[in-house]
Write a protein that binds this ligand. Sequence first.
Ligand SMILES: *Cc1c(COP(=O)(O)O)cnc(C)c1O
Length: 355
Amino acid sequence: MPRPIKASIHPDAVAHNLDIVRRKASKSRVWAVVKANAYGHGIERVYSGLAAADGIALLDLDEAVRIRELGWKKPVLLLEGVFTNEDVKTADEFGLTVAVHSDEHRKLIVAAKPRRPIDIYLKMNSGMNRLGFTPENYQAAWARASASEGIGNITLMSHFANADEGSVDWQLEQFDNATRDIPGERSLSNSAATLWHAQAHRDWVRPGIVLYGASPSGQSKDISDVELRASMTLHSELIAVQTMRAGETVGYARTYRADGEMRIGVVACGYADGYPRHAPTGTPICVDGIITRTVGRVSMDMLTVDLTPCPNAGIGSKVELWGEQVKIDDVAASSGTIGYELMCALARRVPVMVA
Ligand SMILES: *Cc1c(COP(=O)(O)O)cnc(C)c1O
């Protein structure tokens, strides 16, 4: 018998969330962002939920090839571009659209002499200061790209730094000023801007995290008015129950001490499964459909929960670590991180099924 832990992936939840995005940005086309192996879900596992997207955006060339091999005929965008001559050849062969954020990248494409012109997303650094041409250099970069052999259609692109907690207007203004005289489609909005900054939707939005039902801000309350569904459930079972007396402690470092007699459940899930070790006492968790809390340190293969609200729970009781009942954002926030990281960190040893 394997340990009772498993993850369930719900492609129908992704399809539902994609539909919500569509309605939020009804005038835009949608790139479904599936980088990092679909935010830890597995591209193949969510693929059926992506059918209604207008394109699929990701980072790794091998993921792009996998998408094509799955039969995807619509556009595929490499968000970080290509790195070698070989990459350009692969982009050419599989008909990939490529982000270009420096002149080296443009030259790489030209030098590879693609059989068909490669469509590009010309990236502006409008304030994020990671990738892209500065607003001052953008027009010239566009002019060089449009005069380049081997480069096809050019879409104007930028990325927001704080669409989840602040304004996008300071970046939007940079972008709009620098692109005023340039033709072509525009693409700026990640999930946060798709939900909260309609003025930035433009021609193509690029949602990632909302497709998986989590909050771009990391706070579940920020998406409480949007009916997103969790696309990943992490579940397990109780494998032991202890009754502690007043003053006794549970787990490593003895961080939790019982005030009085209490029942503690031991869950087959630990940080080696991808559950955050920093989850403190009080992190929400669900046992037999009842929300309770973790107590004590998370160890490698186990964690412990307070069974006070669930008097009928025992060995074999069902535990949800995150999913529809326990929001991944709430587990993440309690642990000092964001849902994105927890999804991406699901450990290889956890069996995954599509449900
Ligand atoms: C990751 C990424 C996105 C999607 O971000 P979310 O916050 O997950 O919606 C959009 N655009 C680019 C360039 C990205 O790298």
